[in-house]
Design a protein around this ligand. Structure first.
Ligand SMILES: [Zn+2]
Length: 171
């Protein structure tokens, strides 16, 4: 791994050295472990075709500097692991929340279906009651008709009797 440096980057034009690909090397600055900050030249390619040619420009750092750099990188990696763990935990929590929400949706859908079924049942019962009401009403109408007929007959009978009885008394 390497980084660009404003004072040390670009082609190593003055060099007579060529990489294994036969290309003019480029200047880079190491950004990895105890090599961090050391300048070097290497292959110009940035992809997987880059050959393994590498020539250090700076000497090795003193051991104390190397240990300090290793420690810094270790701290960085520890922090990175912590962030990954927190991120994973957060992702798991989000996934669990999503599952819970999906279960809740299914439950609510079930309840909604039950309510619709209940509504249909109630409507059917209402229609049945309306039909029964109509039958009772028709029966009442029938009874009313017969009561009227009976009352009319009685009235007629009374009227006839009221006419016949005085006639008998006269005769
Ligand atoms: Zn090369």
């Amino acid at each position: 791994m390497d980084v660009d440096d404003i004072e040390w980057y670009g082609w190593e034009m003055d060099s007579v050295v060529r990489c294994r690909c036969g290309q003019i090397p480029v200047r880079r600055v190491a950004f990895e472990g105890c090599f961090t900050g050391r300048r070097f030249i290497s292959c110009c390619y940035d992809d997987e075709t880059r050959c393994d040619f590498l020539s250090w420009y700076d000497p090795e750092w003193p051991p104390t500097m190397q240990r300090a750099l290793e420690k810094l990188w270790g701290m960085g990696e520890a922090k990175e692991k912590q962030i990954h763990a927190e991120l994973n935990s957060l992702m798991n929590k989000m996934f669990e929340d999503k599952l819970t929400a999906e279960k809740e949706v299914v439950k609510l859908q079930g309840e909604a279906d039950s309510l619709v079924e209940e509504k249909v049942k109630l409507h059917t019962q209402f229609l049945k009651m309306e039909a029964e009401k109509e039958i009772v009403f028709q029966k009442l109408q029938e009874k009313k008709k017969w009561i009227l007929i009976a009352v009319s007959c009685n009235v007629t009978l009374v009227a006839v009797l009221a006419y016949v009885i005085p006639l008998k008394i006269i005769m």
